[in-house]
Write a new protein. Structure first.
Length: 221
């Protein structure tokens, strides 16, 4: 390998380490990083120390720490109030009326397809469902065997946000939901497809339990 090629490789070492550390969800040790970038461990260790010092000298909003036997980016301690304010504001963001109505339908008819939710509400709910998925309040629950439509259910995070331990604690809502025959007619009118699997309640007296934990989300029901 020529000297010119070596200089290019060394010049790319620090940016390469930055790129790897940027996507890491846990601390990465020098050996792992050295294997990824194709450089000796000693060179990687020196480059990491230089990066950490550079960030400190420039008073960046983040820093590179060697913690638990590995390296990872962290927000700088003096900027914690800014980060905390941003995170708390997101957690307190309220759902729209449309999102709340859609979430209620999922809670009482789960597992349920988007088409069935749309039939109950009388409008397309694709955008609202994406919001609920992003906030960790609903999650996918397989596919309907007859139609192939994806089914959705509420998560453990949903239960946490509304302050109950199981779906059985939700209040009765049977008088306010259409029965399955009415839903089929509504779906036909909307041009939708998909139906609730056989495990769903036919009288909506109680929703079926079994929601799994959802990560993340900042909505409040």
């Amino acid at each position: 390998m020529s000297e010119d090629v070596l200089e290019v490789a060394v010049a790319e070492l620090r940016p390469s380490l930055e790129a790897l550390l940027m996507i890491a969800d846990q601390p990465l040790d020098e050996t792992t990083l050295a294997s990824a970038v194709g450089h000796p461990v000693a060179d990687v260790t020196a480059a990491l120390a230089e990066l950490a010092q550079e960030y400190a000298d420039q008073r960046r909003g983040f820093e590179l720490r060697n913690v638990a036997g590995g390296w990872r980016y962290y927000t700088r301690e003096e900027f914690a109030p800014v980060v905390e304010s941003f995170v708390l504001d997101g957690q307190q963001a309220r759902l729209t009326q449309a999102a709340l109505e859609t979430l209620a339908v999922v809670a009482y008819r789960q597992p349920v397809s988007r088409a069935r939710v749309s039939a109950i509400r009388g409008v397309n709910v694709d955008g609202v469902m994406r919001t609920l998925l992003t906030r960790g309040l609903v999650e996918e629950a397989g596919q309907d065997r007859s139609s192939g439509a994806y089914l959705y259910r509420t998560t453990a995070y949903f239960l946490e946000r509304i302050g109950v331990t199981s779906l059985d604690e939700l209040p009765e809502l049977a008088p306010y939901l259409p029965d399955l025959d009415e839903l089929d007619d509504l779906e036909d009118e909307l041009g939708g497809s998909g139906s609730v699997v056989s495990t769903a309640s036919t009288d909506a007296e109680r929703p079926t339990s079994g929601g799994r934990s959802g990560d993340g989300g900042d909505g409040a029901a």
